[in-house]
Design a protein around this ligand. Structure first.
Ligand code: XUL
Ligand code: CO
Length: 439
């Protein structure tokens, strides 16, 4: 059965002048940019949960979307249909990767054993779909936040039985991710956080999380999984205070628990902005800490303070992020996963295509602009120039002078330091010129 019969052939690149809404205007998979094809630079993935499992419900109303694959009395048969729809979509979109939660590919059973069997059954089908289409798994993850048992967290739960259940679920999901050739395994701290310290022992919860992650890493090595383990920071929602607040908090946590050589981060754009950071800041912070892994590409809304997961539309925002990604050497195992959802009124099936085409073109154009800026070199030259004084002054950073010596020297000095312009607006114009001119 064909679900997206309004899209009769694979989406192709037609160039910026094309008016065909079902064509790429910027994403030209085989085009080589800064030494790699666009396909290899961007490593696009579609997420299973928002695109195929969500029917458009929100806290005020029921599902709105036209999603025939969600219908059916038998949950496993419905899951099979949903997977058919998903791989038909991946193939027509020509997206090279996908991402899933265990419980959005498979229905939960009455017992853990039943759930595990459902997940295995769906993983076997996914494996056959991957084989047939050539689509690869960017990452898998376990849904450790939806079932009521996780209302007080998974690893950070006050009840060790819930910790043990979550551990079993992750072991199973990591096994399946490995079997499907996953390039990464993600842990988003779904409800790893708290509402009030009146009932929360933060120290215990952090120690539990540290132990849990060590067990995940040990399991990864035990099964020979070579993908990267990634934590996805988010400052709040669903809990008032999530432990994995932002990249800096995750890095400090990883260092404290001796995990910083083993775990990297999956940075989500809308989570960065919720934490009060620019997307580019979070990428740069991860690169500096040596823990950059992957990206969940989406966008927030300037006036809404929650995780709205829009498809990315701002070339400027994404260009600033891509500059940091390219400066840091680009992706290794990671990629750009569209953890993004349609607006609730975009009810037609083909809206999923328009959303992804727009997101892929936004990121592709941002890649071209970022590559053009770095190749041109003016931006980096200006940045280096700003710090040129430090190239001449090695003694301070080399630890050869004391605070007292600097104090004495300044007392004796006839000159006072004066500033030079930071040139922000001029540099913003430079970025704008590249965005305008790339082709
Ligand atoms: C939630 C979120 C998740 C993770 C995977 O905000 O981003 O979908 O990406 O669990
Ligand atoms: Co995400």
């Amino acid at each position: 059965m064909e679900f997206f019969d309004g899209v009769t052939s694979a989406i192709a690149y037609e160039g910026p002048e094309s008016d065909n809404p079902l064509a790429f205007r910027w994403y030209d998979a085989d085009r080589v940019v800064a030494g790699r094809t666009m396909r290899d630079h961007l490593r696009f993935a579609t997420c299973y949960w928002h695109s195929f499992s969500w029917d458009g419900f929100d806290i005020f109303g029921d599902g709105t979307f036209d999603r025939p694959w969600l219908a059916g009395a038998d949950p496993l048969a419905a899951a099979e249909q949903k997977m058919d729809a998903a791989f038909e979509f991946f193939e027509k979109l020509t997206v090279p990767f996908w991402c899933f939660h265990d419980l959005d590919i498979a229905p939960e059973g009455a017992t853990f054993k039943e759930t595990a069997a459902n997940v295995d059954h769906m993983a076997d089908l996914a494996s056959a779909h991957q084989e047939r289409t050539g689509v690869e798994l960017l990452w898998g993850t376990a849904k450790l936040f939806a079932n009521p048992r996780y209302m007080a967290g998974a690893a950070t739960n006050p009840d060790p039985d819930v910790f043990a259940y979550a551990a079993a679920q992750v072991a199973h999901c990591l096994d399946v991710t490995h079997r499907l050739g996953g390039h990464n395994y993600v842990l988003w701290g779904g409800r790893e956080g708290y509402e009030t310290l009146l009932n929360t022992d933060m120290r215990r919860e952090l120690d539990q999380l540290g132990r849990f992650l060590h067990m995940v890493v040990e399991h990864k090595h035990a099964i020979g999984f070579h993908g990267t383990i990634l934590i996805e920071p988010k400052p709040f929602e669903p809990t008032k205070h999530q432990y994995d607040y932002d990249v800096a908090a995750v890095h400090a946590f990883l260092q404290q628990y001796g995990l910083d050589e083993e775990i990297k981060v999956n940075i989500e754009v809308n989570h960065a902005t919720l934490a009060g950071h620019d997307f580019a800041h979070e990428v740069a912070a991860a690169m500096n800490a040596g823990i950059f892994g992957s990206i969940d590409a989406n966008a927030g809304d300037d006036r809404l303070g929650w995780d709205v997961d829009r498809f990315p539309v701002s070339v400027e925002q994404m260009t600033l992020g891509m500059i940091e990604i390219l400066r840091g050497g680009g992706f290794t195992t990671g990629g750009l996963n569209f953890d993004a959802k349609l607006r609730r009124q975009s009810i037609a099936r083909d809206d999923l295509f328009h959303a992804h085409i727009g997101g892929m073109d936004t990121m592709a154009r941002a890649l071209l602009a970022a590559a053009s800026i770095l190749e041109d070199g003016e931006l980096d030259r200006r940045r280096d120039e700003r710090y040129a004084g430090w190239d001449a002054e090695r003694r301070i950073l080399d630890g050869e002078v004391t605070l007292r010596q600097l104090h004495t020297a300044q007392l004796d000095s006839a000159t006072e330091p004066t500033g030079v312009s930071g040139r922000q607006e001029e540099l913003e114009n430079l970025v704008a010129r590249h965005i305008e001119r790339v082709r």
